[in-house]
Design a protein around this ligand. Structure first.
Ligand code: FUB
Ligand code: ZN
Length: 625
């Protein structure tokens, strides 16, 4: 029996330059708590509603049309196939554990029609078949053909890993072979204006042990920034400089982050120093200067792009759901290469804030943009004309079990805390089970029960967890925030590991270079960022609302019947009672009326849960009085 998990999300088990090996999605059972609930809701509500939307948006009918099984026209944007593929990937990860026959029937139907749509030479993209056939590969900048191939391939790999069937994998391989003929070493230079295929090709080479796909991924990364340009030489398409010379995160955020994730995948195989140096430089730029406190990425509406350093507006935050997910994917790959807790810390911030905010609590409505402030009127939609985000949520939540743990020789890494059971084998074949009980993220108390055997446990102590304590069978051990606490022993049945991660209510201040936030603060508790919604501050214009003088007077409590069960924070805040609407917009400082304070009782809720009680105003950052 292979010592490797057969259904991981990213298969680094044999990657020479990744220190961590994954566990399979089937090896982890989420048994309770917030992540289990979001995971279940995604499978029971989000993915089924997505199937309906794929029909209504014409995503699936397009495949029927091009395969000749239905009359009609292909409709929708050039990248519409990718929405279906992302859903399909999610459906496969969901099926890994649910084994639900109705879900399998949808998967089978979709796989069947994709295979039927594929042409003899391996090409499949509904937008460029039929009448538009002559336009194939004539616009690598904007056509998204290779991007759609990437999503097809990721779906195919999930399908193969989860079902053991190779029908879709063969479709992906035939398309990859076509791309290799066109853009491999014997072909022209080529890459997609929207990166994505790089990750998919590395993973395809891992799945098939076919080195040509890795070579093609490498060539696509090398294709950027050439002279004359292979694309259009623009920053938007990440074609402004050779990848290894890109020192700042610029351009379209999702494209950039997928490119970085693909480069990390390539590094895990090649070990090329220049690649990891570039990735470290870009990571510093993104996570020290360009990320929202929610893990949101890509500040600008214009070009859906990264802003300048510290350009992080709240009301006009773009923070596309896909970008938070792409950052999550990149950090996962970095974490498998080198298990530094800061990668997992940012994954966790993104997951509990900027990713979960992307989907409604009922699991069927989505945000495209995730602003940190709203004046009201902004709400989630069931689908979009450009529907990249909803199925990205489907695939991410469906794959959650595969993200909690990793393995290395003799070590089980615990990255994220959720009530769960892990049943896996260490790379040396030793079976390991781990039971985790916790109310995380509402409580930082975590109880772990490892099965007997000689191995290490590496427990992530989040960077925010000052005062963390670790006890092995009641005896204290070191737990440094921002690192993995490693415990090695001959575990006996009945051993307990207790991790206490203090979760005080924290006032977060931003680097004062962030102009929107410099005179304010945000409330965070553990990894969860909070916000105030209009409904919890009745009669108060949120523009007049200020933080309280003493954060210490705020109280956190679990409210089981609110928003699916959340910890809320209550207490008094300050309202400026000066009738500001009657004041001029600008006055000489000598005539300025300072605030007149009144205390009001308000409630903060987790940011991810906002806009589930109407589309009222909302703020994450409030000014300090
Ligand atoms: O271009 C396809 C998708 O549309 C991108 O990933 C999103 O950012 C949106 O631009
Ligand atoms: Zn999106």
């Amino acid at each position: 029996m292979s010592p490797y998990s057969t259904d991981p999300v990213v298969q680094t088990a044999q990657s020479a330059h990744a220190r961590l090996k994954p566990v399979g999605v089937r090896e982890v059972n989420l048994t309770g708590g917030l992540l289990a609930e979001r995971y279940r809701n995604n499978i029971e509500a989000g993915i089924p509603a997505g199937w309906t939307q794929l029909w209504e948006s014409h995503t699936i009918p397009n495949f029927y049309v091009v395969s000749g099984r239905r009359a009609g026209n292909v409709e929708g944007p050039r990248y519409i196939d990718s929405d279906g593929y992302k859903w399909l990937e999610g459906a496969c990860w969901a099926y890994a554990r649910s084994r639900d026959s109705a879900l399998k029937a949808w998967i089978d139907e979709f796989v069947d029609v994709i295979a039927a749509a594929q042409e003899e030479d391996g090409y499949v993209n509904t937008h460029f078949m039929g009448e538009r056939k002559s336009l194939r590969f004539t616009d690598l900048n904007h056509a998204h053909e290779i991007y759609c191939f990437g999503h097809l391939t990721q779906a195919a790999i999930a399908h193969h890993r989860v079902t053991g069937e190779d029908k879709l994998l063969n479709v992906a391989r035939r398309f990859a072979d076509l791309l290799y003929r066109l853009f491999g070493p014997e072909g022209k230079w080529g890459a997609c204006g929207h990166p994505e295929a790089e990750m998919a090709l590395v993973e395809l080479s891992r799945e098939t042990r076919e080195p040509r796909y890795l070579q093609l991924a490498s060539r696509m990364i090398d294709a950027r920034g050439r002279k004359p340009p292979v694309l259009d030489g623009s920053i938007y398409l990440l074609d402004h400089a050779p990848f290894r010379e890109q020192k700042e995160a610029v351009g379209h955020a999702v494209r950039a982050l997928y490119l970085y994730a693909g480069a990390a995948d390539l590094y895990a195989e090649s070990g090329e120093q220049a690649l990891i140096d570039t990735l470290h430089t870009l990571w510093q730029d993104v996570f020290h200067r360009k990320v929202y406190v929610t893990g949101g990425l890509g500040a600008r509406y214009e070009g859906e792009a990264f802003g300048l350093p510290y350009e992080l507006p709240n009301l006009r935050a773009y923070a596309e759901t896909c970008a938070a997910i792409a950052g999550f994917m990149w950090n996962w790959r970095m974490l498998q290469i080198e298990p530094n807790a800061h990668y997992a810390d940012w994954m966790e911030i993104a997951l509990y804030n900027g990713i979960l905010s992307g989907v409604s609590l009922d699991g069927t409505r989505y945000f495209y943009m995730n602003p940190l402030e709203s004046r009201g009127g902004y709400e989630r939609s069931a689908w979009f004309g450009c529907a990249c985000c909803p199925p990205n949520v489907h695939r991410t939540l469906a794959a959650l079990p595969g993200y909690l743990y990793s393995l290395s020789d003799e070590t089980v890494y615990v990255h994220f805390y959720a009530s769960s059971e892990l049943r896996t084998r260490l790379p040396d074949g030793q079976p390991v089970q781990l039971q985790v009980q916790t109310d995380y993220p509402w409580s930082g108390e975590v109880l772990l029960r490892p099965s007997a055997g000689r191995y290490r446990l590496a427990l992530r102590v989040p960077g925010w967890a000052l005062g963390a304590e670790l006890r092995i069978n009641g005896k204290s051990a070191e737990a440094l925030p921002g690192s993995y606490a490693v415990v090695q022993r001959e575990w006996q049945d009945g051993d307990t590991v207790e991790l206490s991660l203090p979760m005080p209510i924290e006032l977060i201040r931003a680097n004062p270079r962030v102009e929107d936030d410099r005179s304010g603060g945000a409330i965070r508790r553990g990894p969860v960022v909070f916000c105030v919604e209009q409904v919890d501050a009745p009669g108060v214009n949120l523009l007049d609302l200020y933080l309280p003088q003493h954060i210490g007077a705020l109280r956190a409590a679990y409210e089981p019947s609110l928003l699916g069960g959340v910890v809320t924070i209550t207490g008094s805040a300050l309202v400026d009672t000066v009738a500001r609407e009657q004041q001029p917009l600008y006055v000489p400082a000598s005539q300025y009326t300072p605030p007149r304070w009144r205390e009001v009782d308000i409630r903060w809720i987790p940011y991810y849960a906002w806009a589930n009680r109407g589309a009222g105003a909302m703020k994450v950052w409030l000014p300090l009085p």
